[in-house]
Design a protein around this ligand. Structure first.
Ligand code: ZN
Length: 114
C-alpha cells in the first residue's frame, strides 16, 4: 500500500480514484469521512488515495500527473459580479469576496463600451 495523492478536496480525491479504477489499478481512499470529526482538519485527516500494490505506484503517479498538469478545459477567466475582480477559470467562487460564479461567463457583446 502506498499513498499517491492526499488532498482536503474529497471530490478531487474521488475523481482521481475513478481514474485509477478505469486504469485497472487496485486502490482505495483512507480517511474518507474523517474530516467530519474535527473543525480544524489537519493533513493527517485529509482523504488519501492509495494504491494497493506498491508496484502500481509509478504508473498511478504517471496517470494522475498527466491529469494534474493538463490545462483545464474551461479555464477562461470570469469577472466577479460583486467586486468586479477577474477570477481564474478553475475557481468556482471569487477569490476576493467569495461570490459564487455566475452562468454568464463570456459576453462578446458588451454594452456601454464607449
Ligand atoms: Zn468578488
Amino acid at each position: 500500500m502506498r499513498e499517491v495523492f492526499v488532498n482536503q478536496d474529497h471530490a478531487r480525491v474521488g475523481f482521481y480514484k475513478s481514474v485509477l479504477d478505469d486504469a485497472g489499478i487496485p486502490n482505495f481512499i483512507r480517511n474518507q469521512y474523517a474530516n467530519n470529526i474535527t473543525e480544524m482538519p489537519s493533513a493527517v485527516f485529509f482523504p488519501a488515495l492509495c494504491v494497493v500494490n506498491d508496484d502500481d505506484y509509478d504508473r498511478a503517479m504517471h496517470i494522475l500527473g498527466e491529469i494534474y498538469y493538463a490545462p483545464p478545459s474551461q479555464a477562461a477567466e470570469w469577472r466577479c459580479p460583486c467586486c468586479n475582480e477577474e477570477v481564474p477559470g478553475n475557481f468556482d467562487s471569487c477569490w476576493n469576496c467569495g461570490a459564487l460564479r455566475t452562468v454568464s461567463t463570456v459576453n462578446s457583446d458588451e454594452p456601454g463600451n464607449t
